[in-house]
Design a protein around this ligand. Structure first.
Ligand code: 5GP
Length: 120
């Protein structure tokens, strides 16, 4: 079972405007901002506005409109950043083995250099 959502997590605080972030996109379903510790020349995080711990939680509990809106937002962020032609990688860590650090679902967008083969 998924852990209960912690309203005090750092991305919830960014969503509420309590903590600063370099925001790049926002709509009814999603907020995107630059990762504070980028692992590629472009490293953006996209989070749903709803309170979901992880990909597992979101995919199980979110409504169809939220899911569609979030998926479209991820694509829109990448298009707006000009990443479609050079290409980009999406990553969402979920659960203990994945090393997910922030318990609010986030999709990483990595781009800006050849990324090499998938992580092990
Ligand atoms: P995870 O390991 O949970 O998949 O990824 C968490 C990501 O959030 C990491 O890449 C980390 O650098 C980023 N991060 C952690 N705290 C903050 C913060 O306060 N602001 C921003 N913009 N990114 C953060």
């Amino acid at each position: 079972a998924t852990q209960p959502y912690d309203d005090g997590n750092i991305f919830a605080r960014i969503l509420r405007g309590e903590l600063p972030a370099k925001r790049v996109y926002e709509d009814d379903f999603a907020l995107a901002f630059h990762d504070i510790n980028p692992q590629a020349p472009t490293h953006i995080l996209v989070i749903p506005k709803g309170a979901y711990v992880s990909w597992d939680d979101f995919s199980a509990r979110a409504g169809d409109a939220e899911i569609a809106g979030f998926v479209r937002a991820v694509g829109q962020v990448a298009r707006a950043a000009g990443l479609v032609e050079p290409g980009y990688r999406l990553l969402a860590n979920t659960g203990l083995d994945s090393h997910q650090e922030v318990p609010h679902l986030h999709v990483h967008i990595f781009a800006g250099r050849p990324l090499g083969p998938m992580l092990a």
